[in-house]
Ligand binder design. Structure first.
Ligand code: HEM
Length: 134
């Protein structure tokens, strides 16, 4: 993808990406459906908002803000402290899909993002299904 047709540009750049991330965390923060993964996060979600925005900027073909500040994301490794199975994956995707539904992005862009987020979220699983995190 070149700079003219990156996902980042199709979304509408920094402002729209920040709005998506903010909506995602607002939904997580206010929905009982996401209570398990909300509990993994700090009381204030401001750092999470900033980090996810920075990561998604580079991930979608925009400025590599996360890598410039923190180095290689090693996302799976960074999620190891949190027990993530199908339930947690689905809670994360539920919030993101809801935020995407409200985003106003082109339907083809929403569809593409849904699929890519589903892949990344599934890759983050580190707990065998049915296993309990006691
Ligand atoms: C599958 C379910 C997921 C759960 C339960 C989860 C949970 C968490 C938690 C608890 C944190 C630490 C708090 C924070 O620093 O924000 C975190 C960090 C982060 N997550 Fe996730 N996450 C999930 C999936 C994803 C996905 C799919 C992405 C990317 C598309 C992502 C991107 C990030 C990033 C960039 C960070 C910051 C890493 C750092 O620098 O420490 N997460 N996540």
């Amino acid at each position: 993808m070149n700079e003219l047709n990156s996902l980042y540009d199709l979304i509408g750049g920094e402002t729209k990406l920040r709005a998506l991330v903010d909506r995602f965390y607002d939904i997580m923060d206010s929905s009982p459906e996401a209570r398990d993964i909300r509990a993994y996060h700090a009381k204030s979600l401001s750092q999470s908002r900033e980090k996810l925005f920075m990561f998604l900027s580079g991930w979608s073909g925009g400025p590599s803000l996360y890598i410039e500040k923190y180095g290689h994301p090693r996302l799976r490794q960074r999620h190891m402290p949190f027990s993530i199975g199908m339930r947690e994956r689905d809670q994360w995707l539920w919030c993101m899909n809801k935020a995407l539904d409200e985003s106003g992005f082109l339907p083809s862009v929403v569809d593409h993002l849904r699929k890519r987020f589903a892949e990344v979220a599934d890759f983050m699983r580190n707990k065998t299904d049915g296993e309990h995190n006691v």
